[in-house]
Design a protein around this ligand. Structure first.
Ligand SMILES: *Cc1c(COP(=O)(O)O)cnc(C)c1O
Length: 389
């Protein structure tokens, strides 16, 4: 039935398949019997395999079993869920926090619950698919502004008057480019044009800002952001997501957010692991891991810059190596794989047409030698790709 569509994807270099990983997450993973440097994980602090998280999860399984049994509104809302929410609210200095089963569920559920008919969402052009889908599911008007362009945002705020509530939605660290949103400018506009800010900290939480509190903390703008969302499956090395903000907002979400109401709660072992991760992130170990991450991303940034891959924000662990066509990106990714480096090509529709790329994610647990191997491996792969043309 889909033969033609699949054939077309293959011809365009856009066909996707799943990998089969034979090892736990880590700076190195095993695929097809080979040991590879992994640049394709968002486990930035290397916590997914940390003994403290594993111990917390195992303890929870022993005490609480595997499944949560039901939605949070029925029997699925364990003490472990509630404690993690309190810990996150305390960590972020918010009145309350609410867990979701994933970042995808949080963005679709929260945006569709908050923005109603008559409201308007102003959304960054490069926002994540889960934000786009949340906007689509909401009954509100949507205005897309140019990526991180505060002038364009201001123009759009000026001309798009609406009777209801105005929301500005942006990621803090963009997932595919690793650049940081101009939050001070955005917050200033939100104040001037009476809009609320919804901030997706998926790629900032845990490593950026004071003690890993995210970009809002990095810029000292915590009080100016209505809702902060973040994932627990990336730098937290666990799974799930949260939103944090005022108590009334959280109460409204408990009453309205469909992915929360109509989906089985996270298994208790998951919030248990997330709580263990948060304790590490707030503590000395988190500090130590953030220093290692910083060392690694500086080394990689220097290496890539020497090859002409410049970028806007030097200080984040997400490095786009933009190559243009999907075919070239796939070719370079395959070459790297041959050299023992795992960084699959990222192609449309995940990124805009003509900006296919490799996306290198750095982890605190990589070694300086691994960063050097990545830089020299990329240099070789690019030379070979040029030679083929
Ligand atoms: C990964 C990601 C999400 C989704 O989070 P999951 O917990 O993986 O579902 C949402 N927003 C952004 C910006 C992301 O990168």
């Amino acid at each position: 039935m889909f033969e033609e569509s699949l054939a077309r994807l293959k011809a365009e270099g856009l066909y996707r398949t799943l990998w089969r990983v034979d090892s736990p997450q880590g700076p190195r993973i095993r695929i097809g019997g080979r040991d590879l440097i992994c640049l394709a994980s968002n486990d930035y602090l290397g916590l997914a395999g940390h003994p403290a998280l594993k111990a917390a999860a195992s303890r929870a399984v022993t005490e609480w079993g595997t499944g949560s049994g039901a939605s949070r509104l029925l029997s699925g809302s364990s003490r472990l869920h509630a404690e993690l929410e309190e810990e996150i609210a305390d960590f972020l200095g918010c009145e309350a926090a609410l867990l979701f089963n994933s970042g995808y569920a949080a963005n679709t559920g929260v945006l569709s619950a908050l923005a109603q008919r008559g409201d308007r969402i102003f959304s960054d052009a490069l926002n994540h698919a889960s934000i786009i889908d949340g906007c689509r599911l909401s009954q509100s008007e949507i205005t897309v502004y140019k990526h991180s362009d505060v002038n364009d945002l201001e123009n759009k705020l000026k001309v798009n008057i609406c009777s209801g509530v105005r929301w500005i939605v942006t990621e803090s660290v963009f997932s595919m480019d690793g650049d940081v949103a101009p939050l001070p400018g955005i917050v200033e506009l939100a104040g001037r044009y009476d809009a609320h800010l919804y901030l997706d900290e998926a790629h900032a939480m845990g490593w950026m800002g004071r003690k890993g509190r995210g970009a809002a903390s990095h810029f000292g703008l915590e009080d100016r952001i209505t809702l902060r969302m973040g994932t627990l499956g990336k730098a937290f090395g666990s799974f799930g997501a949260y939103v944090a903000g005022g108590r009334e907002l959280i109460e409204m979400l408990i009453n309205r957010a469909r992915p929360l109401i109509y989906s089985t709660a996270l298994p208790p072992a998951v919030p248990a692991a997330s709580s263990a991760a948060l304790a590490l992130i707030r503590g000395e170990e988190g500090e130590r891991l953030r220093v290692s991450l910083d060392r690694n991303l500086s080394a990689l940034a220097e290496g890539l810059e020497s090859m002409g891959f410049l970028r806007v924000s030097r200080e984040t662990p997400v490095f786009p190596v933009i190559l243009g066509s999907a075919k070239k990106a796939v070719q370079v990714a395959e070459d790297l794989l041959e050299q023992g480096i795992f960084a699959p090509a990222i192609r449309p529709p995940t990124v805009p047409e003509g900006t296919s790329r490799l996306r290198f994610s750095v982890m605190a647990t990589h070694t300086p030698e691994e960063m050097e191997r990545v830089v020299s491996g990329l240099r070789k792969a690019l030379n070979r790709a040029e030679g083929d043309r």
